[in-house]
Design a protein around this ligand. Structure first.
Ligand code: G16
Length: 542
């Protein structure tokens, strides 16, 4: 008979969830009581858990399996009746959201540091998703943090580890642990949303694709859906085996880190379509042959073509994007005569809009796209939606995006990241920007219309979020935005977002770094980036 142990503990400072959960180095999570304190703080903050069901899974990174064993024993001690665990501890973030919703569980715990590297010296993360399937809103993460700072003990079942690699149900003390196939429910949902017959016909016609799973969680999902159900040739999925350290790579689907895929998409012999997803499967990057689709443009193009997909044939209720994301989707919303919403960075801010039926599609510049089918952004979903559009239009990615720009104009866009900057210097830079009063000031060829620190009042629940990024908006609608990342684990990452609207089709082909050069220089000068951080160049440009 397993007994529950009550273990005395003391709070750890800094258990404050960031943009998407608590992310720290593995060594921080592996120290005695660290994970336990946080999990107990979650269980103490989410209401009555007795008799309820919880979903648990992660992206398979180092420490995933050990953390799951701890969480199972703590869930048993807390009084949960059942925990559903993805086989092998694997569950992509969107699949976790799908399962939470489908089985109406009392939310779930997702173990991931998303696109950050994995391995013994790298990152780990944990977050709680609410019963609606989405990341906990700020009120809940604040409550968890507050509880973690006052914690004095946690409860855990005194039991050995349980098998999480065999599908089926087994008891862990009073808890029923149900190990399930992490792919099946998600794949079934995708079949309902997209025209699988049309995509199968596309592949059968010789269409070639490369999907880079980056040795992260989407490998098994992509193989099942693309290669088994849609008939894409074996080998379409590259780096498809999830590894605890992602093969030493950085599982961030962007032009820098998905380098092999980017190279494979160059030249006349390249595949027709390329895509990648991140550590936990919620991000996506879309490529055509010799063509990169920015996440902001991807959202706009998918919105404009959504009715080609069975799940969206009735049209969209509205579109939401995070503030730093380009306004390309707003132009589509205007044309469709549906509302467009601008939220702070973080998928959690879309939750209320989705729950209230105000929006159908959401997207972020940070390689996130999704819809009301779950409450997380969804990498493979975006890839399948593109495939559905390609299958119906039978044009190249480049042709589809170029035609989109001709119709709507192009929001030329780029993001410059300065990673691993000294945290104090980064805070000083933001304070400096906050102190500027720029209205009416002429900077190069531009006149400032307004500058502010973005604040958001949720139109559904009225909650207010402040200090969400510095905007400098010019009279012609061009803008530069400055934010500090909320997902890093080392120093600070300064993100600079640059955008200009270009209606002239003869200029749509220009390299964004060239087309935006004057705004990039203005942003650098305004923020005194080099003087304050010592950085001459960004580390990543997307
Ligand atoms: C998380 C959030 C996203 C956010 C992104 C970037 O993504 O879920 O909503 O846009 O972080 O955040 P930041 O600019 O603060 O680093 P993920 O994929 O890391 O969970």
């Amino acid at each position: 008979m397993a007994i529950v142990k009550t273990v005395a503990t003391t709070p750890f400072s800094g258990q404050k969830p960031g943009t998407s959960g608590l992310r720290k180095k593995v060594a921080v999570f592996a120290q005695p009581h660290y994970l336990e304190n946080f999990v107990q703080a979650v269980f103490d903050s989410i209401g009555e858990v007795t008799g309820k069901t919880l979903v648990v899974g992660g992206d398979g990174r180092h420490h995933n399996r050990a953390a799951i064993q701890t969480i199972l024993k703590m869930a048993a001690a807390a009084g949960f009746a059942r925990v559903m665990v993805g086989k092998g501890g694997i569950l992509s973030t969107p699949a976790a959201s799908c399962v939470i919703r489908k089985y109406r569980t009392f939310g779930g715990i997702i173990l991931s540091a998303s696109h950050n590297p994995g391995g013994p010296t790298e990152d780990f993360g944990i977050k709680y998703n609410i019963p609606a399937g989405g990341p906990a809103p700020e009120a809940v993460t604040e409550a968890i943090f507050t509880r973690s700072q006052g914690i004095g003990e946690y409860r855990i079942l005194d039991a050995g580890d349980i098998d999480i690699d065999t599908v089926g149900s087994r008891p862990l003390g009073p808890l029923l642990v149900e190990v399930f196939d992490p792919v099946a429910d998600y794949a079934e949902l995708m079949e309902r949303l997209f025209d699988f017959a049309a995509i199968r016909a596309l592949f059968a016609s010789g269409f070639r694709m490369k999907f880079d799973a980056m040795h992260a969680v989407t490998g098994p999902y992509a193989r099942e859906i693309l290669e088994c159900r849609l008939g894409a040739p074996a080998g379409t999925v590259m780096n498809g085996v999830p590894l605890e350290d992602f093969g030493g790579g950085h599982p961030d689907p962007n032009l820098v880190h998905a380098h092999d895929l980017v190279e494979a998409m160059k030249g006349a012999g390249a595949p027709d379509f390329g895509a990648a997803s991140d550590g936990d499967g919620d991000r996506n990057m879309i490529l055509g042959r010799d063509f990169y689709v920015t996440p902001s443009d991807s959202l706009a193009v998918l919105a404009a073509n959504a009715t080609l997909c069975p799940g969206y044939a009735k049209g969209l209720a509205g579109i939401a994007r995070s503030m730093p994301t380009s306004a390309a989707a707003d132009r589509v919303a205007a044309k469709l005569n549906i509302p467009a919403f601008e939220t702070p960075t973080g998928w959690k801010f879309f939750g209320t809009l989705l729950d209230a039926g105000k929006v159908t599609l959401c997207g972020e510049e940070s390689f996130g796209t999704g819809s009301d089918h779950v409450r997380e952004k969804d990498g493979l979903w975006a890839v399948l939606m593109w495939l559905n559009v390609l299958a119906r239009r039978r044009e190249s990615v480049a042709a589809i995006v170029s035609a989109h720009w001709r119709e709507f104009g192009r929001n030329v866009y780029s993001r410059h990241d300065y990673e691993g900057v000294d945290a104090k210097a980064a805070d000083g830079l933001m304070e400096h920007l906050r102190g500027l009063s720029l209205k009416g000031v002429r900077l190069g060829a531009y006149t400032v219309a307004f500058n502010d620190d973005f604040a958001y009042t949720d139109p559904v629940d009225g909650s207010v979020s402040t200090r969400q990024g510095i905007r400098v908006v010019f009279e012609d609608g061009s803008r530069v935005v400055f934010r500090l990342s909320g997902t890093g684990t080392e120093g600070a990452t300064l993100r600079v977002y640059i955008e200009r609207y270009e209606p002239d089709p003869t200029r749509h082909g220009l390299d964004p770094q060239v087309a935006l050069a004057d705004l990039i220089a203005i942003a650098r000068d305004l923020a005194e980036i080099e003087a304050r951080t010592g950085r001459k160049q960004p580390t990543v440009i997307t």
